[in-house]
Every structure is written in C-alpha cells, then in structure tokens.
Design a protein around this ligand. Structure first.
Ligand code: GCO
Length: 456
C-alpha cells in the first residue's frame, strides 16, 4: 500500500456547540441551538449543549490529548454568539480571548488550526431579525468574518465559511431535527440559501482583506456520494450524473451550493426544477459568491450505489441486505471516499480536504479502563485505503479530518452517538484515548504506511 502524498495533513474535527459548553458564560450570547434545546421534545431526553464536553474550560487538556494522538491539524468552529453576543455590533472580549488562547495552545503543540466560521449555532438575536431571510444577513456574516480575521488572522492560515449549508438551510427549516426548526416554503429556503451563499462570498472578501498574510479558504459542504455499481464507463457516468443532480426537493446534492461558489452559476437542472421559486439574483451576485477559493473541503460519511439503467439513466442499487451500518444507521460504504473526492475534483478542480469522516459507535469504558473500538479502526482502514487509492489515481487530496476528535453533542441525538477518537465520560468529564486514537497515531506517524500492513 503506497503511503499518502508527502505533506498530507492528518487531523480531527469538532464544532463549538457540540463540545464547548459554557453556553451562557463570560458574555456569550444565545444561539438558535441554545433556544432549540430548551424546547421540549426536540433533543433526545431533553439533553442540551449547556455543558457538553466542557471544552471551554478544559481546552488545554484537550489540546494535550490532540498532541498525544499526533494530529497535524485540528478543525474547530467559532461560536458566533460567543464573540458577538448580538451577532453584530459589540464584540465580547472574553469570547475572543478564548479562541485566541486556543489557537496559541494549538500552535504551541505544533497543531495547525483549521477554523470554521459557521457550524449551525446562529445568533438568536439575528434570527429574531429574520436570520438568513433578512437581506442584511450576508453583511452580518461578513462583519463577523472580519472580526475573526482581525483576531486570529495572523495565526490561522486555513478557514472555512459554512459547514454544511445542505443542513442548516435544508433541514434547519422544514425539518424538526435541526435548529432553528421552522417550517418554510421552498421559495424561502432558496432565498435563505442564496443569502447564505452571498454571506459566504462576502466573508471570503472580509477574510482576505482582514488577514495580514495569505490564507487558504474553503467551505465544508456535505453531499451524498454516488458510487458506481461497476467500473464500466456507463455506470461511472451514471454515478457522476446522479452525484450532481439538483432537480429534487432536497439539498442533499453536491452542486446546488458548490456550483455557484466554484462555477459562478446554479446548476441548470435545479434552476429549471425550482422555476418561479428561484430567488431574484442580482447582477453582481455570482461575482460575490464566486470569490476564488483555495480548496474544496467536504464531509463524507457514506454513499449510495448507482448503475446505468435504460439509456444510461441512473438507477439506485440497494446496499446488500445486512450490510454494515453504524449506530446512527449510516451505511458503511468506503468506496465513497474514493469516488466522492474523484468526482468533486473532476468538477471543481480544487485540492480536496476531507473535513469530516467517521462513525457513531456504542463505545463504553471497559473493565480494563480502556475503550476498545475495533469497529472504528476497521472503518478507518477501509475508508483511508479508498482515499489512498484516490490519491494514487490522480485526485489531489491534501488532508483528512476524522469526525470527531472527541465524543460530543450529536445535535437532536444528544450524547447517545459517540463519534470521538477520545472517549468522554459526561458524568465526570474524564477523557480516555480510545484504541482508535492510538491506532490513528500510528497511521499519522507512518503517513498511512501501516494501512497496508495487517495491523490491528
Ligand atoms: C454533520 C456535522 C457534524 C455532525 C457529524 C455527525 O456533518 O452533520 O458537521 O456536526 O456531528 O457529521 O453527524
């Protein structure tokens, strides 16, 4: 097994609301997730992010554990309402100081910070003004981005604007599992999506203007990867077509938010499909949205199999009965980490970072005081081997961030789903490196060489 390219970045990821806690401490403002958690019946067993992993107070210990794993990089998000309690206007010095210190500790530990500006915890104060429906929302996001550029831009060299617009636009509105959990029509959803894209573009401009030296900027969308049923050109073309089709009433595609950003246009099929529900598009909108980016960040967990039916029309192929699934019911489909990066690189031509990949597993502290998680190790072997093949076949992949660095608040699922390399005992906040963390350390120090060995 050939190793990964020289300089490949090995990391792990988290997000503010899922690990920080201190939800109303030191001047932090309310986010839509704080509000949602207070609403009965929205999160499993009424669990909340009020304490989470208490990372706000324990970040030094957590950085030391990241160093022990040997991480090259750590992807985390800024809690927008921690640094701007009202979303805009007066910054919160204690909130800014937290991220300032976190970045300093990471750099001191030799770990590169990758910062996501928006990972769903939208400021409630701005939501009360209409949120992304408000025509000022792109400028609000740009103001926040400028503040973070000013605060961290001298040390943070890698930035993402949005995490998964597919979710915070697509599910956070009509569905009831993601904040702010309101019911909107497609016309409004498409307007929210367009304003979020304008916000992305303006934030990129603010980052480029505010960071004192060159930085690398991207986004972290998710999309369902389509895996060809065979390596026949027809099946591959069917999977490629299906991967980017946008003519559906869901945002689980890979083109609706990425084509405007990288190709300065919405996908034609989606525009035809949405028709009169499309938002008004200003003459300069795609110039703003399509600000040059440095990489394509993407979150990939699983994929669906597709074959070419009659006249090459894509047809879904069900996973085999009894195939492997994680405890959050996602299919184990490691070829997603071959075909997803390959199709995305072909379409957008940007270096790829896998910004999230991992499994939910029913981990617990064993009687020997360790956390044995062979499923996660097997999962990572399969997916990283596929990713390695993709690099060998010419897809420019720059890095891999495991989701997640530690067990955390899995949104509406609460704390039941454990995704971490680090086990968190929520009663005591004790951390324990799982077997997968120790194994990942060896993957990192060998740059993937051990994937080719029959190591456990
Ligand atoms: C997402 C989010 C993460 C999730 C993770 C597991 O992709 O949904 O970025 O916050 O916790 O993916 O669902």
């Amino acid at each position: 097994m050939s190793a990964f390219p020289k300089g490949f970045v090995w990391g792990a990821a988290s997000s503010a609301y899922q690990i920080e806690g201190a939800a109303s401490e030191d001047g932090k403002g309310v986010s839509v997730w704080d509000t949602l958690c207070r609403r009965p019946g929205t999160v499993r067993e009424g669990q909340t992010g009020i304490v989470a992993c208490d990372h706000y107070h324990r970040f030094r210990e957590d950085v030391a554990l990241m160093k022990a794993i040997g991480l090259h990089a750590y992807r985390f998000s800024i809690a927008w309402s921690r640094v701007l309690p009202e979303g805009i206007g007066k910054p919160n010095p204690k909130g800014l100081a937290f991220y300032d210190q976190l970045v300093n500790d990471l750099l001191e530990a030799g770990i590169q910070p990758f910062v996501t500006l928006f990972h769903w915890d939208y400021p409630q104060a701005l939501f009360n003004l209409g949120g992304w429906l408000n025509p000022s929302s792109p400028d609000w996001f740009a103001e926040y981005a400028g503040l973070m550029a000013h605060t961290l831009g001298d040390r943070v060299k890698f930035w993402m604007t949005h995490n998964e617009p597919q979710i915070f636009v697509g599910m956070g509105q009509p569905d009831d599992v993601t904040a702010p959990e309101i019911k909107l029509k497609w016309k409004e959803l498409l307007l929210i999506g367009h304003n979020a894209l304008l916000g992305h573009g303006k934030a990129v401009q603010a980052l480029r203007a505010g960071c004192p030296s060159a930085v690398q900027i991207g986004m972290a969308p998710v999309g369902n990867v389509k895996i060809p049923a065979s390596h026949s050109p027809l099946d591959i073309e069917a999977a490629r077509q299906s991967m980017f089709a946008a003519n559906r009433y869901d945002f689980w595609n890979n083109s609706w938010f990425s084509d405007p950003v990288f190709l300065k246009q919405y996908p034609e099929d989606g525009m035809m499909f949405y028709g009169n529900d499309m938002p008004a598009i200003g003459p300069e909108d795609f110039e703003t949205i399509g600000q040059p980016l440095d990489f394509y960040g993407v979150n990939i967990y699983t994929g669906d199999v597709v074959r070419a039916g009659a006249e090459g029309i894509p047809e879904p192929v069900a996973h085999p009965v009894g195939h492997g699934i994680t405890t959050i019911q996602w299919s184990i489909a490691s070829e997603a980490l071959y075909w997803g990066p390959r199709f995305l690189y072909e379409r957008y031509g940007k270096p790829i970072y896998i910004m999230e990949n991992g499994i939910a597993n029913m981990d617990w502290l064993h009687l020997d005081g360790k956390v044995h998680d062979p499923q996660r190790i097997d999962f990572m072997k399969r997916y990283l081997s596929a990713l390695c093949r993709a690099t060998a076949d010419g897809t420019d992949i720059r890095g891999y961030f495991h989701w997640s660095v530690m067990d955390n608040f899995e949104w509406a699922e609460g704390y039941r789903q454990r995704f971490g390399l680090i086990y968190v005992d929520y009663a005591t906040q004790q951390r324990v490196l799982k077997d997968s963390a120790l194994w990942y350390h060896d993957v990192i120090v060998t740059n993937g060489e051990i994937l080719g060995q029959n190591s456990t």
